[in-house]
Each structure stands twice: as structure tokens, then as C-alpha cells.
Ligand binder design. Structure first.
Ligand code: ADP
Length: 566
């Protein structure tokens, strides 16, 4: 709290200076840490006061273990740590128990191993003891080559709020509640957690829980299928047969999401409303739907309910909520409403990668060829009010993507202008709030931080029904947004001076060969080149279509479009 309050003071005093951004980033980091501590405390007090709810439902053991290891692999970042797994193939494939709590146990002891190990290895072992006809004891152990724990501290580890060896660990964040929570959950599941450790050498945490066995078929070996080493930023697999639908009322957001998914080479469809998403889901066999939460008309929750109500295969369809309101407790709300998972907007690439790891079954994955990086260098001219480096990173780190997202952003924002008028807000506050909400996340994802913040405070005012605040700021927001759009357009669609031209033969040949070789890097480069040229309208149109197709890796179709044009 000291850090948060202190830095906020600095930000207020320094308002308007570039350093302010740095303070604000620190506040965000400190805020996130505080939030996770508060969540621990809430969870702990809920469990302590006897409100631990262990629900029982059937779950797939291999996918649970896989999920946990996938998350930990990403948390390893670039620490020089080898993650090993030794998983007994005779563990039953399906259990009955509280999957979320089991996952919490695993993540707790695995992430402690990551936190308190600087180099070497982390070894995860899973075994089972069959107890009678229906139950098994699952025994998970996590061994690390980390800093270890002093003998005299071991007894205190599971105490509430207890953190040991603070001299060495002063830079590691934590509440000291993780292990107490883990122990309470294990005990509530008829087991316990224990530790052995040698100071300076490493530790072994062992958690045991009793679970009902839903199906005695052995799970089989999953080890060979897990790749253990973290490779941050690299796509490890593609899933060309995996079908995805993205529903979002904001076209720029759709483009960003499709662009971020492009390296996985999935079949991606998009739509602009809840109603359309339900219709498309009925017609097609999707594996995963990304569903925006706030949409005018049928919102994401209503659409998901409508899909689940169809029954049959629609019960199994994976639906992931996309939301710009990433507050604690949201995730539970979504899970209770039929969603399987949750992703906050603007989408962060590592979070998306974690989610894809969790959601695409092993048998649907193909080994990725080396990924060519797009044109990542900033060809962009500074646009006031736009953090282009951030925007580019958010849209997949390449110029052509960013340019077309900006184009869409402007088109989308222009179409919302009418709804931002004060008179409209007075008439239909709900719709006004939905519009500024959409602009909040779209602006954040192109790097227009200030406009996004203005939209956020108008959204808050809209939710509170605070018409005074809206009267005070709505007009200014409209003006700022219009000015931003004009600045962006002046860069991406410069007034054509001199002769407009069609696409040259030589460029067409180069582009065609990049498209047939499916060389994303080369194609992006040519597209970036073309987008700077003063093209006539037919050429601009075809280039924009090809750029859309490229975003979703439809090389063949893009080539077809190019040939038609020629
Ligand atoms: P924290 O949030 O502080 O990590 P925990 O309850 O999870 O809280 O752990 C309590 C303390 O136990 C930690 O502060 C740390 O000192 C110690 N600890 C936990 N796991 C390990 C480990 N794998 N290696 C060394 N020390 C550990």
C-alpha cells in the first residue's frame, strides 16, 4: 500500500511529465501484487470460516495435469530451469472431485518452486494409490533445486501469513498464505501436504488428496506429449483443423484477436454480435468460441446461455469470455454462467498463449515450423496520443497488421461518433455506456492510452448514472477522439499527392511468390511497402483484402485475389 500511495502522489505531482507513465506502470504492478494478496486473504478467510466448498464433478486427469504444467512452463520465463515430469500412466483417466481446487494445490506448490529456485530443475511427480473399489489417493510431489528451507523454519511454513528467510526472499512477492491454503484444501480432501528440505540445496513438497475414481481406465503416458522447456514468445504448435469463432461488436478488436491467433494457423471466423454468434455456432462445428462480454443487443452471457440451451454437442463447446473488466471475481461469474475460461482485453500475448495451451487438445496439435517474424521495426511516424510501439506489440508486432487495425479502428470509431453525442447519452444512457466501453478497449489495444482512459471514466459515469459527469466530459471526449482519428488517418491514408498508381508488375510477382511460399515475413514486408504507396482505389481495395486474408493465414485465397486483380 505504501508503494501504491507513494507512487500515486508522485504521479499527481508530476502530472503531464513523461516520467508519470513510469510511475503509473509501477502502480499497476504494485496494484496487481496487492490484488493477489487480497485474493489470497479472501480465499483463506473463506476456507477458514468453514466455507470451503469442495464440489464434486467428473474431470479429465491428464488435461488437469497438462494445464498446470503448461502454466508453470510459461511462468518459468527465461529462468535457466529445466521442468521435468514423471507421471504414473496408471493414474485413472477420469476422477470425481473439485478440479479447480486440485489445480490450486498444484499451481501453489509448483509456483513456489519457480519463485524460490534460481537455476537447476523442478521435477513434478504424480502417483496414485488405489484405495478400495472407488477411491484413489493422488500423490503429487514437486522437487526443486532451489534455495531450500532452514530446518528451524520448516515447522512454521504452513502457519498463516508465515514467510521465512526474509533476508533472502525480500524481493519475492507473496502473502505467506499459499501453503496454509494448500494445507486446508488438502485436508478438506482427506489428505495433507508435507515438506522435506535441505537449506541451499532444494526442497520437496508432497501433497496427497483422496479422490473418487470416475473411470478406472488408466490415463496412459502423457509425458512424451509435454514439452518442458519454456520458450517465451515462440509458437510451439499449429492447429490447422481447429475451428474458432470470435464474437465482438468492435471490428478492430476482431482484427486484433484474429491477428494474434494467426500464427496458430487455426480456422478463424468472426462476427459482430451475440445473435450472429449463436447462429454461426449452430451451423458450424467450432472447437472454441471467444465471446465478448459487453455487446449491444444480446450480450456475451446471454449468447452463451442460448448456446448452452441447445444441449447435445453444444454442452461441450469451449467458450472463452473476453472482457475489458478484469476485476477479481469476474472469472467465477463467467464460469457460473456457462463459460469455460476467461481472457481480459486488451489481449496480452503470453496470456493468450497460456489459454491456447490449455484449450487445444494434444492430438489436434501439429508441430510448428519455424515462425518468421513480421516487420517489427517501427516504420511508423509518431502520432500524437498514440503509443505506437505498444499498439504494434498488442497487434502481433508487425507493421502491416497494425496499419490495418488502425484503419479499422478509425472506421469503427467514426461509426460510433453519433452515439457519443450528449443528446444521445441523455436519451439512451445504456447504449452510450456500451459504446464508450467498446472504445475503451479498442483504444487501449491500438496504444491510444489517454483516449482509452477518458472512455473508461465515461463508462464508469454511465454505469453510475452520473449524468453530470457525462455532461462535463462527453463533448471533450468526442473532440479528442475525432482529433485522434484525424491524426491517424493523416498518417495511414496520406492525401494523395501526384499521380495515384496501380500495383507494379514486379511487386505483384514478388507478392505472389511470397504468398505461394506462405512466407509471412516476406509478404508482410511487401504489404507494408505497398501501404505506403499512393495507390488508386481498386489497388488499395485489393491490398486491404489481401492483408485481411493474411491475418488469418489464408494464403491460397490471398493468392487467388491477387491473380484476379492482375
Ligand atoms: P508465499 O506467498 O510467501 O510464497 P507460501 O505460504 O506459499 O507463501 O510459502 C511460505 C514460505 O515458504 C515462503 O515465503 C518461502 O519462504 C517458503 N517456501 C515455500 N516454497 C518454497 C520452496 N519451494 N523453496 C524454498 N522456500 C519455499
Amino acid at each position: 500500500m505504501n508503494a501504491i500511495i507513494g507512487m500515486n502522489e508522485l504521479a499527481i505531482r508530476d502530472y503531464g511529465r513523461p516520467e508519470t507513465m513510469e510511475y503509473l506502470r509501477d502502480i499497476r504492478q504494485a496494484g496487481a501484487t496487492l490484488l493477489s494478496i487480497i485474493n489470497d486473504i479472501l480465499d483463506f478467510s473463506k476456507i477458514e470460516s468453514g466455507h470451503i466448498q469442495i464440489t464434486a464433478a467428473r474431470y479429465d486427469t491428464a488435461s488437469l495435469l497438462n494445464d498446470a504444467l503448461a502454466i508453470i512452463r510459461i511462468r518459468l520465463g527465461d529462468k535457466p530451469i529445466e521442468l521435468l515430469a514423471d507421471i504414473d500412466p496408471s493414474i485413472p483417466a477420469f476422477m470425481t472431485g473439485d478440479e479447480i481446487r486440485v489445480r490450486q494445490i498444484l499451481l501453489n506448490i509448483l509456483s513456489n518452486a519457480v519463485k524460490y529456485t534460481n537455476e537447476g530443475f523442478i521435477k513434478f511427480t504424480a502417483r496414485c494409490d488405489i484405495i478400495g473399489d472407488e477411491a484413489v489417493d493422488l500423490i503429487f510431489s514437486v522437487e526443486d533445486s532451489g534455495i531450500g528451507i532452514r530446518r528451524e523454519d520448516i515447522g512454521r511454513l504452513f502457519g498463516d501469513f508465515s514467510r521465512v528467510d526474509l533476508g533472502r526472499n525480500k524481493n519475492i512477492q507473496g502473502s505467506g498464505l499459499g501453503l496454509s491454503i494448500t494445507r486446508l484444501i488438502c485436508r478438506a480432501m482427506g489428505g495433507d501436504v508435507t515438506v522435506t528440505s535441505e537449506y541451499g540445496q532444494g526442497s520437496v513438497f508432497t501433497a496427497t488428496i483422496r479422490q473418487k475414481c470416475a473411470d478406472y481406465v488408466p490415463m496412459g503416458g502423457i509425458e512424451g506429449k509435454i514439452s518442458y522447456r519454456a520458450e517465451v514468445g515462440a509458437i510451439r504448435f499449429t492447429a490447422p483443423d481447429f475451428r474458432v469463432l470470435i464474437a465482438d461488436d468492435n471490428a478492430a478488436n476482431l482484427k486484433v484477436a484474429a491477428g494474434l491467433l494467426a500464427p496458430y494457423k487455426m480456422k478463424v471466423d468472426t462476427c459482430l454480435s451475440g445473435e450472429e454468434s449463436v447462429a454461426l455456432v449452430k451451423e458450424n462445428n467450432y472447437d472454441l468460441v471467444f465471446m465478448d462480454h459487453m455487446m449491444p443487443g444480446m450480450d456475451g452471457i446471454e449468447a452463451t446461455k442460448a448456446i448452452r440451451a441447445l444441449g447435445g454437442r453444444f454442452d461441450e463447446l469451449q467458450i472463452v469470455a473476453l472482457t475489458a473488466n478484469a476485476i477479481s471475481g469476474m472469472k467465477e461469474m463467467f464460469l457460473e454462467n456457462g463459460f469455460n475460461d476467461f481472457l481480459s482485453k486488451p489481449i496480452e500475448i503470453p496470456k493468450l498463449d497460456e489459454l491456447i495451451e490449455r484449450r487445444v487438445p494434444l492430438e489436434r496439435r501439429h508441430k510448428a515450423k519455424a515462425i518468421t517474424k513480421g516487420v517489427a521495426d517501427a516504420e511508423f511516424i509518431g502520432i500524437e496520443g498514440l503509443d505506437t510501439a505498444k499498439g504494434m506489440a498488442m497487434t502481433g508486432g508487425n507493421c502491416a497488421n497494425y496499419r490495418s487495425v488502425l484503419e479499422l479502428y478509425c472506421r469503427d470509431a467514426e461509426s460510433r461518433m453519433g452515439f457519443l453525442e450528449l443528446a444521445h447519452a441523455e436519451r439512451d444512457l445504456k447504449n452510450f455506456t456500451t459504446q464508450v466501453h467498446a472504445l475503451k478497449s479498442a483504444s487501449a489495444s491500438i496504444g491510444a492510452t489517454a483516449v482509452s482512459q477518458e472512455a473508461a471514466s465515461l463508462e464508469d459515469a454511465g454505469r453510475r448514472g452520473d449524468m453530470d459527469a457525462i455532461r462535463e466530459h462527453a463533448e471533450e471526449f468526442r473532440e479528442n477522439l475525432a482529433a485522434l482519428i484525424a491524426r491517424i488517418l493523416s498518417v495511414i491514408r496520406p492525401e494523395v499527392s501526384g499521380d495515384v498508381q496501380t500495383i507494379g508488375e514486379e511487386v505483384i510477382t514478388r507478392l505472389a511468390s511470397a504468398l505461394s511460399a506462405e512466407d509471412v515475413g516476406a509478404a508482410d514486408k511487401i504489404m507494408a511497402e505497398l501501404s505506403l504507396a499512393p495507390l488508386d482505389s481498386a489497388s488499395s481495395r485489393v491490398i486491404s483484402e489481401i492483408s485481411d486474408l493474411l491475418l488469418i493465414s489464408e494464403f491460397e485465397e490471398a493468392l487467388g485475389r491477387l491473380k484476379e486483380f492482375k
